[in-house]
Design a protein around this ligand. Structure first.
Ligand SMILES: Nc1ncnc2c1ncn2[C@@H]1O[C@H](COP(=O)(O)OP(=O)(O)O)[C@@H](O)[C@H]1O
Ligand SMILES: [Mg+2]
Length: 261
């Protein structure tokens, strides 16, 4: 069994606006994040990239005063519908943050906890899934002899891969990553990039990155958000090569050439 073998679903975002109190972070954003591909989300700091990502598995519910309107569909699920089972949604839509957010526990416990929470109790099943997820992220041979050591004793790159293993162990169909490599060295970055390139075969992948070269290296599609008077708008969402080589908007052109942002 591979770590993420559930059917990947497209993510459809229609007229989504996100506000904190009365202040809009994004306004009327519409885009499709297709399955079995990597979509990069780029834009200057504070333009709502993290907010958009967090709305896709309703992590925005956890922020007091945050309101999300519009329509988000992932596969058959109407994400913003109040009746949607949020726990099941977050199982299918995994999230990786900029800084590895491991529990201060052993490597094994970090992987076991979410699996147990989602109903896997049998010891053998747990062990098999742990090995499988660690293998998927290329960590198994590095940590097989130290599964009972603290997860926080791993290097930054290994910790980020462990976070990925933990997300993948739940076999998500969508994986959201918020600047996953910004705290990593080039070597660890390239390990994560290769992993994402493999994962896109089975997952819908959206990655927020401030690294334009990374978007060009790994993403089939790229979306640019840009601040406007009351919340950021989507400037352009195109296949990556056209966005960088023949941008549709002057804003895109200025941003990718480093003149603004
Ligand atoms: N928890 C929050 N409470 C209030 N405002 C927030 C919160 N999180 C983000 N914002 C605001 O929303 C806007 C978008 O933030 P964010 O989504 O973090 O942008 P990005 O990830 O592109 O840097 C910013 O103006 C930011 O100050
Ligand atoms: Mg952010």
């Amino acid at each position: 069994m591979t770590a993420s073998n559930s059917t990947a679903g497209a993510v459809h975002v229609e007229n989504v606006s996100i506000r904190y109190g009365a202040k809009f972070a994004i306004q009327n954003v519409s885009l499709t994040i297709p399955p079995q591909a990597i979509t990069a989300i780029i834009g200057p700091s504070g333009c709502g990239k993290t907010s958009l990502l967090c709305s896709l598995n309703r992590l925005t519910d956890l922020i007091p005063g945050c309101g999300v309107t519009g329509l988000i569909r992932i596969g058959d699920t109407n994400v913003l519908d109040r009746r949607t089972d949020v726990i099941a949604l977050r199982r299918r839509v995994g999230m990786i943050f900029q800084h590895p957010n491991l529990f201060p526990m052993t490597i094994r416990r970090n992987l076991e906890l979410p699996l147990r929470e989602h109903g896997l109790q049998d010891r053998r099943g747990l062990q098999e899934q742990i090995e499988c997820s660690l293998t998927d992220v290329g960590l198994w041979t590095e940590v097989r002899d130290r599964l009972d050591r603290p997860a926080l004793s791993l290097s930054g790159g290994q910790q980020q891969r462990l976070c990925l293993a933990r997300a993948l162990s739940l076999q998500p169909s969508v994986l959201l990553l918020d600047e996953p490599c910004s705290a990593l060295d080039p070597q660890s970055t390239s390990v994560i990039e290769e992993l994402l390139l493999r994962l896109r075969a089975t997952c819908t992948v959206a990655v927020v990155t401030h690294n334009l070269a990374q978007a060009r290296r790994i993403a089939e599609r790229t979306a640019l958000l840009w601040p406007d008077t009351n919340g950021s708008r989507l400037v352009e969402c195109s296949d990556t090569q056209s966005l960088f080589e023949s941008p549709q908007s002057r804003v895109t052109e200025a941003f990718i050439s480093g003149k603004v942002g």
